[in-house]
Write a protein that binds this ligand. Structure first.
Ligand SMILES: C[S@@+](CC[C@H](N)C(=O)[O-])C[C@H]1O[C@@H](n2cnc3c(N)ncnc32)[C@H](O)[C@@H]1O
Length: 191
């Protein structure tokens, strides 16, 4: 089994660059591959705390034209810039946002129990809810990027995404921790 090293290369690099989490390198790599974030994108970020994805997004958007909404159970650890908003809440309980978005991203992760099968089911529930939110809030042709644990239900979830989106890709960013079961689904072009 791969050794878990909390303060690994990406952790240290994120700290040095002033990012609130090492997850930033995942969205950066995905964005570079799929050009998800455009200067005027309206973006919904599910599971956004502590806030490194928002820090990355913020740099790529034009302040006056952008609109970013982040949602998380726990508070952000960053200051919010112009046209960046945050709701603290549970995505299963809060009302689905009434705005429409060009991109919905989700890095949500359940509290892990250490028991693989339980963690996979919890991750899948989060993904199903995120997909429902994406289907209801994305503009036509909008894009969806979501973290998911590979395992039970993964292939069915990919198939479900294929029904709603024109093109569905899978990517495991280089900064994913060795041994982690997580990967990302990038679903392009809401039908
Ligand atoms: C890996 S972190 C996200 C890191 C974030 N992308 C960043 O760059 O800072 C996963 C987040 O998912 C959130 N989360 C888990 N379940 C949630 C739920 N039901 N509703 C809202 N957020 C949830 C957690 O609170 C946690 O902050």
């Amino acid at each position: 089994m791969a050794k878990y090293e909390r303060k690994d290369f990406f952790y240290v690099k994120a700290k040095q660059m002033g990012y609130s989490a090492r997850s930033v390198f995942k969205i950066e790599e995905i964005d570079k591959s799929f050009s998800l974030i455009k200067p005027k994108s309206k973006i919904l970020d599910l599971g956004c705390s502590p806030g490194s994805w928002i820090q990355y997004i913020e740099k790529k958007l034009t302040p006056l034209n952008r609109y970013v909404l982040g949602i998380d159970l726990v508070p952000l650890k960053i200051k919010l810039g112009i046209n960046i908003h945050f709701i603290q809440g549970d995505i299963f309980e809060i009302a689905i946002p009434s705005e429409t978005f060009d991109l919905v991203i989700s890095d949500m992760a359940p509290k892990t129990s250490g028991i693989k099968s339980i963690d996979q089911v919890k991750s899948l529930y989060l993904c199903e809810r995120a997909l429902e939110i994406a289907q209801k809030t994305l503009k036509k042709n909008g894009n969806f990027c979501i973290k998911i644990l590979e395992g039970g239900g993964f292939h069915e979830f990919v198939k479900t995404c294929r029904k709603s989106f024109e093109n569905v890709k899978i990517k495991r960013p280089k900064s994913t921790r060795p041994g982690s079961m997580e990967t990302f689904i990038i679903a392009l072009g809401l039908k």
